[in-house]
Write a protein that binds this ligand. Structure first.
Ligand code: HEM
Length: 547
């Protein structure tokens, strides 16, 4: 009986997600035009009614301008809060939808915690969606270092058609699973080195790694992304782990995320007076630009020298993202490689930390994962077979669940491209709307047993997966518009496939080699800068798996 219940729910769930995909790629050309016009007319009428019945924009609960401003002064209530705490404080005061007053020339921003609004926002993000919140980076690239970035400001900082042409060039290289899997073996090599490094640095008695393990994960992350972006090995997990240039790069990346919070979320005084945070942000971005462009130039020169020396072009499977894109446009290739180095270190560091913590704190789930890994990696140093690697549902599910338990970002934002009604209020076209999903992830109203780490939620199984007879569908949210850790739509994370592959290859190798434990307090394991970063010493215990 349980089997049939699960089967039916599974079919319903799949239909639901198919519908979601269909709607998002809806091609009106394939629908008879008379259907479109009558559908459009009905839709317009229904919307007009909804709009007329909605409450005016001005009535959205808000915090009075002066009170809000005072909150940021020394001793004010926001002055000591991090980004997430501030967002939650506003939610406590105003409810599920609120309006953050615009200050110093910045527009008001609407913030919604209501999942019914999320779908409406994404359906109305327009052809070239704009995600606000990168003003500092955009200023750096279009004004401060216009000399360098002129005309090619990169994905993170560009808007409109220019962003569209950039993205359409990099999507086929970065997002196609076929292209990404080409890096499987190279990444596997990095992770064998990671295993050796862990054995070298762990305490021989306690088997715990030092408090500085976060830096080792940073090194793993940069080593992994530079293999993909530049086809370059820094050797950070072997002989070059103390590379001073790379240590400086990590410091600049930390500054980038730290000072971005002040520049993007606090009153933008920097638009009038260059504040200390603004100057430090520009300095960090200057450093990142100069160093990553040095790496990119070295990689391009290396390629050109090979050509000059008559070395035949490498097969697709050997080429880096830089090499593939350079064939289309050299400058785009260089800026994209820089974006990847900027966006691909702290993101994967925090996410793999989250995953390792979840597995360490849930040894029974770790054992299930190890069983699956043993089939694909029968020996500790076995290589990944692509077909077998594709068939690792528990690995994939356990990553998805880790990103639910400890999400990297608390939400995302868009400039809305049409008039819409959100949570019963009229929101005019052009308004900045942030959606915050993080508190929904840990809410039992949306996820049964929300506080528990249950990778089973994300399995496709048609059988009951828990002792209580629950199927995966019971454990997932019935609203498909709640869970999107990599964002949604055309402006979603371009590095998603790479990030997933890097982390999956790493965790499979680590779990094959070690039983992982964490025997220290984990009350607040992450703090919020621009993104979540580890907040505790990552003293994992790595015990060798014997066979
Ligand atoms: C687990 C790791 C990662 C997570 C959870 C993550 C998540 C995200 C999210 C939520 C967004 C915003 C999406 C939206 O607004 O709809 C984003 C954008 C982006 N991510 Fe990632 N990311 C990760 C790793 C990476 C990596 C490794 C790269 C480098 C290749 C990368 C490059 C980017 C870029 C360039 C954008 C901007 C895309 C655009 O605006 O068109 N990310 N990411």
């Amino acid at each position: 009986m349980k089997y049939y219940n699960c089967l039916t729910k599974s079919i319903l769930y799949r239909n639901n997600s198919k519908q979601l995909r269909f709607q998002s790629t809806l091609n009106h050309d394939s629908i008879p035009s008379n259907t479109i016009s009558s559908d459009n007319a009905n839709h317009a009428k229904a919307f007009e009614e909804k709009w007329n019945n909605a409450k005016p924009y001005e009535e959205i609960p808000t915090i009075k301008l002066l009170k809000f401003l005072r909150g940021f002064l020394p001793g004010g209530k926001y002055s000591k809060l991090d980004g997430v705490q501030m967002v939650m404080d506003v939610k406590d005061e105003c409810g599920n939808i609120s309006k953050i007053p615009g200050l110093f020339g910045r527009d008001d921003a609407v913030m919604s915690h209501n999942p019914d609004d999320f779908e409406i926002l994404f359906r109305n993000e327009g052809i070239w969606p704009v995600r606000p919140g990168s003003d500092g980076l955009a200023y750096h690239r279009s004004v401060h270092r216009a000399d360098f970035f002129k005309g090619v400001e990169g994905i993170l900082a560009t808007k409109g058609e220019k962003w569209g042409s950039f993205r359409s060039m990099v999507n086929p290289v970065l997002l196609q699973p076929k292209n990404v899997r080409l890096y499987l073996n190279k990444l596997s090599q990095v992770n064998k080195e990671f295993v050796t490094r862990i054995k070298d640095i762990r305490d021989p008695h306690t088997l715990e790694v030092p408090k500085t393990f976060e830096t080792e994960i940073n090194r793993w992350a940069l080593e992994s992304i530079s293999i993909v972006a530049l086809n370059k090995k820094f050797g950070l997990l072997t002989k070059n782990h103390e590379d001073p240039e790379v240590a400086q790069l990590f410091a600049w990346l930390t500054d980038f995320f730290t000072y971005s919070v002040d520049v993007e979320f606090k009153p933008p005084i920097w638009k009038f007076v260059k504040t200390r945070s603004f100057k430090r942000l520009m300095a960090a971005l200057d450093g990142i630009t100069d160093l990553t462009s040095k790496y990119v130039n070295e990689a391009i020169e290396g390629l050109e020298e090979e050509r000059r020396n008559g070395v035949p072009e490498k097969p697709e499977s050997e080429q880096s993202v830089l090499e593939k894109l350079a064939k289309k446009d050299k400058k785009v290739a260089a800026v994209m490689a820089m974006d990847m180095l900027m966006a691909g270190v702290d993101t994967t560091t925090s996410s793999i930390t989250a995953w390792l913590l979840c597995l360490a704190l849930n040894p029974e789930k770790q054992s299930i994962l190890r069983e699956e890994v043993l089939k694909v990696l029968p020996h500790k140093d076995s290589e990944f077979d692509e077909a077998a690697f594709k068939n690792m549902p528990y690995l994939r599910a356990s990553l998805k669940e880790a990103l639910r338990v400890y999400p990297l970002f608390i939400g995302t934002a868009r400039l809305i491209a049409n008039d819409v009604v959100l949570s019963g209020y009229r929101i005019p076209k052009g308004t900045q709307v942030s959606i915050v999903y993080e508190s929904l992830f840990s809410d039992d109203a949306h996820y049964r047993r929300a506080k528990e780490y249950l990778p089973e939620r994300w399995l496709r199984s048609t059988e009951a997966v828990t002792e209580a007879g629950e199927c995966p569908q019971d454990l997932r949210s019935s609203n498909p518009f709640i869970y999107f850790p990599f964002g949604f739509g055309a402006r979603s994370c371009v590095g998603r496939r790479i990030a997933e592959l890097e982390m999956e290859v790493a965790v499979a190798r680590l779990i094959r080699n070690f039983y992982i434990e964490f025997n220290h307090p984990t009350d607040k394991p992450f703090k919020s800068l621009f993104l979540r970063v580890p907040n505790i010493p990552l003293t994992f215990k790595f015990i060798d798996v014997q066979k």
